[in-house]
Design a protein around this ligand. Sequence first.
Ligand code: FES
Length: 133
Amino acid sequence: MTNKAENNHKHSDKVLDHFLNPRNIGVIKDASAIGNGGNRECGDVIRLYLDIEGDIIVDSKVKVFGCPVVIACASVLTEMIKGKTVTQALNITNEDISDILDGLPTEKLHCSELAEAVLRDAISHYKENPVEA
Ligand code: FES
C-alpha cells in the first residue's frame, strides 16, 4: 500500500491529530491486564491498561512517554482495541496501526512495533492470569 507519510516525509493528519489530542490517556484502576514496553535506543515507553469483561476489551487506557509518533500509535491503539475480543486484538499488527494512521515514515515504524509489543505483553499477562476488572 502507499505510505503517504513516507512519500511526502511528513506526518499524516491522523498522526498529528492523535499526537495533539491523544485519546484515552490515563490509568485503569484494578485493570484486567497491564502491558509494558520500551525501546532501548530511543527511550520511549508505553504502559497499556486493559479492562476485559467476558473476553471483550471494554476499556483501554495508556500512559506514554516518547516521540509524537509513539504517542499517536498508543492513542490510536486504544481506540482500535476497544470492543474487540482478546483474540481479535491479538490479530492487530504494527502494520494495522501504521495503516490506520495513514502510514508512518520508515524510520518511525518501530513506534508502531512498540505499540503492538505492549498490546501483546498485556494480553499475555491476561492469559496467564485472567482476572476481570
Ligand atoms: Fe522510538 Fe518513537 S522514536 S518509539
